[in-house]
Design a protein around this ligand. Structure first.
Ligand code: KG4
Length: 332
């Protein structure tokens, strides 16, 4: 079964062709990072316009790379939300146009389901499992009894962890998106600043990252006022140590409570080296931990094609050309 995936929820225009939910024949990603870098974050209107410029070219390249003809596609899967509405609409309309032209079935996919199913490309997803979803807009702990059964058992009450990474990076003068830069510098420093581990020992499975973000901003601000030097490497290391400790310990705690052995880590922040290392270091109970390789961690259409494949197999409800995009969308 050949699935065409389309993703445009934020600042990446991506089209992929994936065979049987596993074999990635093409995964073309046009990133707008360079365009948004100078603004220190994604400018929604600029993002939508660039999706319009890129989408046809990216479609064309996905077919060339895969050496597949449009007639051979069995299903079109497109991100329908959540995300930036103008950006989403470009992908949804491009996917619907393709489906109409070639008379192909179409299915709308939740962006976060895409991140979770990025794991199915390189691993066999085992159930029941707990998914830790960490991205620029989300931080959630999700229980999955089986394919396409999502139960959110914990979430951030304020900032997403990726958002906190980007903010901290900005404060210490690193480029956007800051996560990878903070990760890199964290490996050159030590955990010397005593940053808060919010909700580490409470009974919920929720998170909060606005406190640690403010702590970093205050530390930086106070040092500047006193004319003191901040050790940026140590600050990044301290920030990373604090957030990864909370993420990893809460995930293990939930798994123990539910008696679940399988863990899936997903979303842009799953590319974080420190998070991977911490999961490995603290895995004393032999959990089976899946993390996608970096190219599938951040936004890409292969993950949407794979999620579309499993969504269709597990609850075969197709959409039609009235399919719409939604800025907010529950993961059902
Ligand atoms: O999943 P994603 O590509 O987009 C959505 O939010 O849906 O995630 C982007 C986020 C950004 O906040 C970025 O800074 C973060 O993922 N990120 C990282 C790393 N790579 C990307 N954060 C920490 N460490 C990384 N290595």
């Amino acid at each position: 079964m050949l699935v065409l995936g389309v993703e445009s929820s934020c600042d990446e225009t991506s089209v992929a062709i994936v065979k049987d939910g596993k074999v990635v024949l093409s995964n073309v990603i046009n990133s707008q990072i360079k365009i948004h870098e100078k603004f220190g974050g994604v400018v929604p209107e600029v993002a939508s316009r660039n999706h319009v410029y890129q989408v046809s070219l990216v479609f064309e390249k996905a077919f060339t790379d895969a050496n597949v003809k449009p007639e051979d596609i069995d299903l079109v899967a497109v991100t329908m939300g959540p995300g930036l509405i103008g950006s989403l609409l470009v992908g949804v309309n491009a996917a619907k146009t393709f489906a109409m032209m070639y008379n192909k079935p179409i299915i709308g996919v939740h962006h976060l389901a895409g991140h979770i199913y990025a794991n199915a490309i390189e691993h066999d997803m085992k159930f029941p499992c707990v998914a830790l979803l960490v991205s620029g807009g989300n931080t959630e702990l999700i229980y999955m009894k089986d394919h396409f059964q999502f139960e959110i058992l914990g979430e951030t009450l304020d900032d997403a962890v990726g958002e906190a990474y980007d903010k901290v990076a900005r404060v210490v003068g690193l480029p956007y998106p800051g996560g990878p830069h903070v990760d890199k510098l964290a490996h050159l420093g030590k955990d010397t600043y005593n940053l808060p581990r919010v909700y580490l020992d409470d009974n919920s499975f929720n998170f909060s990252f606005s406190g640690i973000k403010s702590a970093v901003i205050n530390l930086h601000h106070n040092a500047e006022q006193r004319g003191e030097e901040i050790d940026v490497n140590n600050l990044c290391a301290s920030f990373q140590a604090a957030v990864t400790e909370v993420l990893v310990r809460k995930t293990f705690k939930l798994c123990k409570k539910l008696d679940v052995k399988n863990i899936i880590v997903a979303g842009g922040v799953s590319a974080n080296q420190g998070l991977k290392e911490r999961f490995n270091e603290e895995n004393k109970d032999g959990f089976n931990i899946c993390i996608p390789s970096i190219k599938y961690c951040t936004d890409n259409a292969a993950m949407i094609a794979v999620a579309g494949y499993y969504q269709y197999k597990n609850r075969p409800k197709l959409d039609d050309l009235t399919l719409n995009a939604y800025a907010s969308l529950e993961l059902e």
